[in-house]
Design a protein around this ligand. Structure first.
Ligand code: SF4
Length: 374
């Protein structure tokens, strides 16, 4: 809104290649809250991403730090962190190392970074004993980086639920979905990731497989975001086949194919993250929580993380201030549920509440389901 106002008021004075213009576009941290609020559906964060791209292309000063480039290629760094864990985790917890990282990348030494899992989800999935045969339903799981390299327990919960519901599950080769590259206007990197993932997924979409995501960022990019950089028939096919795991589970529940065991009420806070809100995913999650006897108090505040925006030293203080406002409104004695990996980290950094993914709690209440642990 500020940008639009400014454009309207000063259109004649605006030079899109100056630091002033950059300061203006940097005000938007791509939370996507305005998407659900705007009745005309103006995609402001997409306009901002393209404005950043134009700024970078024009060689505007102070465009990107090394940290932006690392985040834009986070799959490679996650792979390295996982392959060298637990050493990588030990290193990134050392103050001196974090200070050096901050100096090199602008990633604030106070920001909580995710830990790496030595065993990736993909290694677990491809080396486990054969699963039971499905019932003719087919799902391709688009894992994304966090569930693969940082917390494979999320991916295991997804596979357990899908197989319990009678799906044959496959995990084809894939790269990270690439949200930071899109946000920072690194459109060439974003386009390469989009092309690779669409190329891997489209044969399954054509064959009628559902493409299942457990990350709101992946759901958003496969369904909508890749369309802003790769509007091809193949992407449209992939988009049409993509479903968020919560939506799929609700579909199965409403068709009577999934049931929950009620063994006492659980109280939880449901943090409806900005990105999930822009996709309308909270409807499915809240219905499922209710069905599973999990009484949730919805929290709609922004956590201030905005993906990885809040980890940069120039944003850290304002990001922490926003998080503190959220934390004052939640009960730290009950679990907090959120679909977003980065909201999870941000809330864990600023609150003592146990932060879980809704699927982890829902999985524990699906009748007859044993969630894979190893
Ligand atoms: S994406 Fe968020 S920060 Fe950017 S304009 Fe929309 S509401 Fe504002």
């Amino acid at each position: 809104v500020i940008l639009l106002q400014s454009l309207l008021e000063h259109a004649a004075d605006i030079n899109p290649h100056t630091p002033d213009f950059k300061r203006l576009i940097d005000l938007c941290y791509s939370c996507r809250r305005c998407i659900s609020a705007c009745p005309a559906g103006i995609p402001i964060p997409d306009l901002m991403a393209h404005a950043r791209h134009a700024y970078l292309k024009a060689g505007g000063p102070g465009g990107l730090t090394l940290g932006h480039r690392i985040y834009a290629n986070y799959g490679r760094f996650d792979r390295l962190g996982s392959a060298t864990a637990p050493f990588s985790n030990w290193m990134t917890r050392r103050k001196s190392v974090r200070k050096l990282i901050e100096w090199l990348t602008h990633i604030d030494s106070r920001a909580l970074l995710p830990t790496f899992s030595r065993q990736t989800f993909e290694a677990w999935f491809h080396n486990r004993p054969a699963s039971r045969k499905g019932e003719g339903k087919k799902a391709v799981y688009f894992v994304d980086s966090y569930a693969n390299y940082n917390d494979p327990s999320l991916g295991k919960a997804v596979v357990s639920i899908l197989e319990h519901l009678g799906y044959d599950v496959i995990v084809p080769p894939q790269k990270e979905s690439g949200m930071p590259a899109v946000e920072y206007g690194l459109m060439e990197e974003a386009r390469q990731l989009a092309e690779y993932n669409v190329h891997q997924l489209v044969p399954y979409a054509r064959d009628g497989w559902r493409i299942v995501c457990s990350s709101p960022a992946a759901s958003y990019l496969l369904k909508e975001g890749y369309g802003t950089i790769l509007d091809t028939p193949d992407w449209r096919q992939v988009s049409g086949a993509t479903v968020d795991m919560a939506e799929l589970l609700l579909e199965e529940y409403e068709a009577g194919r999934a049931n929950f065991v009620y063994n006492g009420e659980i109280l939880a806070t449901y943090h409806y993250c900005c990105l999930a809100k822009s996709l309308g995913l909270g409807r499915a999650t809240t219905k499922l929580l209710e069905a599973a006897g999990i009484r949730s108090v919805q929290n709609d505040d922004c956590c201030g993380g905005a993906g990885v925006w809040g980890t940069f030293r120039e944003n850290y203080d304002i990001s922490a201030e926003i998080a503190e406002k959220l934390v004052q409104k939640i009960d730290p004695h009950i679990p907090l549920l959120t679909e977003s990996e980065t909201c999870r980290l941000q809330i864990e950094a600023h609150s003592s509440a146990q932060v879980l993914f809704p699927l982890q709690l829902l999985g524990s209440r699906i009748r007859g389901l044993q969630v894979h642990q190893t």
